[in-house]
Design a protein around this ligand. Structure first.
Ligand code: FAQ
Length: 351
């Protein structure tokens, strides 16, 4: 773990010394001074940075959420990668490859953000592979047709952006900054999905039907991406108090539905919910009941593709072992060379 080095924003006096004691070495008075400085920083919308003191539970909540997010990005490469070799044109293939590579990059930024909290990428990947950390439920559904690539871009990336734009204002600096870059790329992903579906809905009757079928299958799982309803969300209240989350799961889900309804209309596609209707009083779209039993089953590992996704991930990790070894050997050689050069420079400059 990263040692506790200083209270937020240079309130070093409270620590007694800068860069001082580990969490265990703090007396209760110092801890409450640190806690007060942390609370003040969060209340003032200041960012908490890696070297700042933070409550253990704040740190572990961030590691949990960021790890789950990072795992989602890299597992999320699988359903779409399934279509790279079968993309219908060179243009579509280039776009899809770029998108899947972006997801790998997002995973890297996020594992990097988690590392600033004192955990390592290896540790997080081990937990993912052992089934001890989650990734988003959405990636346990299969991509059956080419239109699924469009539906993922429009709905899955659309839901991801709705959820993630507020995370750009998350109280933890490295996560918030990673999210700025990720959201810019997700926005391109969402548009490519929308444009792909638009091309299909303007195509032949079979293409239009394929687009509708994909939307029928991806709509409800996309709504589940926002997590359980607020009254069943274990972490929301505390995460919102810490300003990790800025909105509740249900608020973001509603925002997403409100955005999608007019977009579906513009596409000429029907959202598969007979209860969808405009509520004048609320100023929002009412929507039907989500099948939370299905959500819980997918989380338990019983979704259509859970086993396949984890198996493929473990295999990819094993197949990449030689790359990690080679990169580590190269880095060791470079650093040995750099210290040798440094030593001979010092020797030359001595009188
Ligand atoms: N799937 O108390 P809450 C993407 C778990 S990235 C699986 O409400 P919280 C990009 C939750 O972890 C998509 N598990 O939890 C892309 C907790 O279990 P735990 C991922 C879920 O953290 C696009 C338990 O249920 N995005 O799509 C899900 O306050 C296309 C109780 O839930 C992020 O991760 C779920 N859907 O709120 C890539 C965004 N929902 O940990 C490729 C960051 C909940 O106690 C292609 N994460 N759980 O064992 C978040 O905003 C939050 O973590 C929530 C959940 C909103 C997901």
């Amino acid at each position: 773990m990263t040692p506790v080095t200083s209270p937020p924003h240079g309130h070093a006096a409270a620590a007694g010394a800068n860069g001082a004691p580990g969490a265990d070495g703090l007396d209760p008075e110092a801890v409450s001074a640190f806690q007060a400085a942390f609370d003040t920083a969060v209340a003032a919308d200041e960012r908490i940075e890696p070297r700042d003191w933070m409550p253990d539970a704040y740190r572990s909540t961030l590691v949990r959420q960021i790890a789950q997010h990072a795992h989602s990005e890299i597992i999320g490469m699988q359903p779409e990668a399934n279509w790279i070799a079968r993309a219908p044109s060179l243009r579509r293939k280039a776009i899809l490859m770029a998108k899947v590579q972006d997801e790998a990059g997002h995973g890297l930024y996020l594992y990097g953000a988690a590392e600033t909290l004192g955990t390592s990428r290896e540790e997080l990947l081990d937990k993912l592979h052992a089934g001890r950390q989650k990734y988003s439920s959405i990636f346990n559904y299969p991509t059956l047709t080419w239109a699924d690539v469009g539906a993922i871009g429009w709905l899955v990336d659309g839901a991801a952006i709705t959820n993630q734009v507020p995370l750009c204002r998350c109280s933890y600096g490295p996560y918030a900054r990673a999210m700025v870059r990720i959201c810019k790329e997700e926005s391109f992903h969402q548009r490519q999905g929308y444009e792909l579906l638009l091309a299909l809905t303007r195509g032949t009757e079979a293409q239009r039907a394929m687009a509708q079928d994909a939307v029928d299958r991806w709509w409800w799982p996309s709504l589940m991406m926002f997590g359980p309803p607020d009254d069943e969300s274990a972490h929301s209240a505390q995460s919102m108090a810490w300003k990790i989350k800025r909105h509740s799961n249900d608020e973001l889900r509603q925002r997403f539905v409100d955005i999608c309804v007019p977009q579906a209309e513009a596409l000429g596609l029907t959202l598969p919910d007979p209860d969808l209707r405009w509520n004048e009083e609320r100023g929002h779209w009412d929507f039907g009941a989500i099948d939370w039993r299905e959500f819980r089953e997918v989380l338990k590992g019983n979704g259509p593709c859970n086993e396949q996704r984890l198996e493929q991930r473990r295999r990819a990790h094993e197949n990449g072992a030689w790359v990690r070894e080679a990169a580590a050997a190269h880095a060791a050689k470079q650093s040995a060379r750099a210290s040798q050069d440094g030593a001979s420079r010092t020797a030359r400059s001595e009188p």
